[in-house]
Design a protein around this ligand. Sequence first.
Ligand SMILES: [Fe+2]
Length: 237
Amino acid sequence: MRLSFVEGWSGAFALIPLVGLALAGKAPESSSPSGASGGTSAFQLPPLPYRQEALEPYISARTMSFHYGKHHQTYVDNLNKLSAGTPWAGQPLEKIIRDTVGVADKAAVFNNAAQVWNHTFFWQSMKPGGGGQPTGRLRKLIEKSFGSFDEFQKTFVDTAVAQFGSGWAWLVQEGDSLKIVKTSNADTPVAHGQTALLTCDVWEHAYYLDYQNRRKDFVQAFLDHLANWEFAASQLK
Ligand SMILES: [Fe+2]
């Protein structure tokens, strides 16, 4: 699959499948630069790889308009404000995340940089008509690591539901094995030396308009109908 680099982004997930962009049609309204102070935009909200209504009925356009257009945009705006005039301005998100994790007086920088990264990765982790089952090397690694694809699904849902409060459920790679992990708030595998393959956002803002308190139904819909296994496979090392 041919990949293109999205300006202003770095890291593996910045490689956006051109097929996805072609399917997206017109750019989402909220894909404009975040407008950092001083007339420069070190960090920008990347375009969605699909239209905001493309994931319906599993994620509504209304949820996407808030989640992408408001929440994700706000993390970008905050990061631009926090990094303006500092060594973080214009740095790769992964570097900012790794340099600030666990540093008490840099918590705001970490939280916003990580949330920008996490959300961009989440959009890539889904596609219209997704779900189903992975193939090839990723399928073999899942079966080796979890016993079966069914067991992987069950563990992923259980882990996502077990995350207390806001956070994320992830499929990650560590060496030759895969793991399912959960992170709280903005925490991210990027900060822990793990290679992220797929993620589901389990902050309430990700599902409450569509599923209210039924987080399990949201995560199951993510796996059954939205998961982008081609993207996950493209992240394997
Ligand atoms: Fe979110």
